[in-house]
Design a protein around this ligand. Structure first.
Ligand code: KG4
Length: 334
């Protein structure tokens, strides 16, 4: 059996071919970063237009790289939500049409669920249950995952997502979009203790996050430095900001793990590619005897392979979509 998976929830058009053991035969991602970089964020209309241009060539490339053709595909999975509806509709409608024409089963996948299961693409896989941190440009949430189909939210951001904070701080510093990779690179040469930016804890037992105060604090600091005509200590600002984000993410993930009494922690989403987050989480989990599972960098940011994993479980549960199933912008999981 082979699964063809398609992802188009935001600004990347992606397709993958994988088998039910989740061995990835191909995973193709066409990034739109260049299109959106000059706007400092994603322009939804441009994103959906680009998906229309790219979905067919990306699917063709995924098939050809896997050395198969459509006749070899047994199941089609596509992201149904959440995300930009215009973008989602391109991939989801393409998948449903293909399934209809080829008389194949088709499943709609929740993008959050896919991030929550992305570690199943690795050779070393977590067993259920586990506590998961999903941290991306659109989400920062903690979940208890008890099976490939059962996710209970434990906490979420009350304002900005962590990735959004990275992107906005990068915009303040004229570093382009997306901000996470460039900030984490500059942070390598900075002092994380140089500037004490605030950490929002939101009460002793809260598993919610808030990053808007931190973002304002960075903006105020930059403003003050500019008004005083001081040179910006770019590396130190990046390292100090990143440390403030990462410390809260790690503290709350471990607090969630204590609350669930799970033995394993999983992370996913674009910010899970952050080297400092991976390092601190690794150290803290090791100290506390908790097993940590992190997807490879290529499966942290948006990709279709993880859609295939979640899609296969949907299929096993008999949750196929019909031709008139619609895309959705907000996840019921969140
Ligand atoms: O999961 P993703 O590809 O897209 C969605 O948000 O749906 O995540 C993209 C986000 C962006 O905000 C980007 O700045 C952030 O992930 N990101 C990072 C890093 N790489 C990507 N943030 C911090 N450090 C990184 N190395």
């Amino acid at each position: 059996m082979l699964i063809l998976a398609i992802e188009s929830s935001c600004d990347d058009t992606a397709a993958a071919v994988l088998d039910p053991d989740f061995r990835v035969r191909s995973s193709i991602i066409s990034s739109q970063n260049e299109i959106h970089a000059r706007f400092g964020g994603i322009v939804p209309e441009l994103a959906s237009r680009r998906h229309i241009e790219m979905v067919r060539p990306v699917v063709d490339e995924a098939l050809s790289k896997a050395g198969v053709c459509l006749d070899d595909i047994d199941l089609i999975a596509a992201t149904q939500g959440p995300g930009l509806v215009g973008s989602l509709l391109v991939g989801f409608t393409f998948a449903k049409s293909l399934a209809l024409v080829r008389d194949l089963p088709c499943v709609g996948v929740d993008h959050m669920a896919a991030h929550l299961l992305s570690c199943l693409l690795e050779e070393r896989r977590p067993s259920f249950p586990y506590t998961a941190l999903i941290v991306s440009g659109g989400n920062t949430s903690l979940f208890s995952v008890t099976s490939p189909l059962d996710f209970q939210r434990l906490g979420r951001t009350r304002d900005d997502a962590a990735g959004e904070a990275f992107d906005k701080v990068a915009k303040m510093l004229d570093l382009g979009y997306p901000g996470g990779p460039v900030i984490s690179e500059l942070a390598r040469k900075g002092d994380p203790k140089a500037i004490r930016f605030p950490r929002a804890r939101l009460g002793e037992d809260s598993l919610d996050f808030s990053f808007s105060g931190l973002k304002t604090s960075v903006a105020t600091y930059i403003d003050k430095q500019r008004k005083q005509e001081k040179d910006l200590a770019l590396h130190d600002i990046c390292a100090s900001f990143q440390e403030a984000v990462v410390e809260v993410l790690v503290d709350k993930t471990l607090a969630a793990t204590r609350a669930t009494a799970h033995k394993s922690v999983v992370i996913g989403g674009g910010v899970a590619a952050n080297p400092r987050l991976r390092e601190l989480l690794q150290n803290r989990c090791a100290d506390q005897g908790i097993e940590l599972f992190m997807p490879s960098i290529c499966y942290c940011t948006d990709n279709a392979a993880m859609i295939g994993v979640a899609g296969y479980h949907q299929y096993l549960a008999g949750r196929e979509v019909s031709a008139d199933s619609d895309a959705y912008s907000r996840s019921p999981l969140n």
